[in-house]
Design a protein around this ligand. Structure first.
Ligand code: F6R
Length: 237
């Protein structure tokens, strides 16, 4: 696991962009595993800026997102589908047919998505305050494939900021790639910023590998880059 600590969120986003850009330069038809949430917004801005200024093309790139809320229409302002279109896809030349965000609420929907996610060159991850990756909450088996999950109170609490600060508006379930699906990726790039992530980051990097901290499994992946800001790294020894 390679760990890089940056001074600011802006530096973190630029460093993450360098990692992503190297993959695309080496393989114009790369398969990217993507994440939503606050952490990757700066990286996506860098990708859009670079596409506009330098012409980096995504026309042969395919993307597979990690997760989506259950019960929100695709076009809901808070759906991850909308998030991806607003923050990245509309700003680059990717073919919409090559972008994939899971959708549905049954085991069959989850299996169908899992069967599609193949050959991911780089999987981008954020980390939850409780150590979740994707929406794999503490206690999720490490070998789980894409599945329907019940979100924990702590995750719904953390995400209520996108739902008028009202936890009752935050969906209770999501469809998420499993940890087994995530671990199939060739390489993994995890980014985390802010003091709220410091405990989860420490458990991920320095703690024991346990299903109580889903991200700790990354210690077993052969090619992981973790990029942190100073606050998220503040509890590392
Ligand atoms: C998002 C996802 C989640 C987030 C995590 C951190 O697709 O799978 O695991 O990466 O909850 O969220 P932020 O970045 O909003 O702190």
């Amino acid at each position: 696991m390679e760990v890089l600590i940056c001074d600011t969120y802006d530096d973190l986003s630029k460093a993450a962009f360098k990692v992503m850009k190297k993959v695309i330069d080496e393989k114009p038809a790369a398969v990217l595993g993507l994440a939503t949430g606050s952490s990757p917004v700066g990286l996506y801005q860098e990708m859009v800026k670079d596409h506009k200024e330098n012409g980096t093309s995504y026309k042969d790139v395919k993307t597979y997102n990690l997760d989506e809320y259950v019960g929100l229409d695709r076009n809901d302002p808070q759906s991850y589908w909308t998030f991806m279109n607003e923050n990245l896809f509309s700003g680059i030349d990717i073919d919409p047919a090559n972008t994939h965000v899971p959708y549905g609420d049954t085991a069959e929907d989850a299996k169908a998505y899992d069967d599609e996610v193949k050959g991911v060159d780089i999987q981008l991850l954020g980390i939850g305050n409780n150590g979740h990756i994707g929406f794999n909450e503490p206690g999720t088996p490490f070998d789980a494939r894409t599945h329907i999950v019940e979100l924990t109170e702590s995750t719904r609490e953390a995400n209520k900021r996108f739902f008028d600060n009202d936890i009752t508006k935050v969906p209770t379930h999501a469809i998420s790639q499993g940890i087994g699906t995530v671990m199939d990726a060739d390489s993994i790039l995890l980014i985390a910023n802010g003091a709220g992530k410091a405990d989860a980051v420490k458990a991920m990097i320095e703690g024991e590998v346990t299903e109580e901290c889903p991200a700790s499994i990354l210690q077993k992946h052969p090619k992981v880059t973790v990029i942190l800001d100073k606050e998220a790294a503040s509890k590392l020894t």
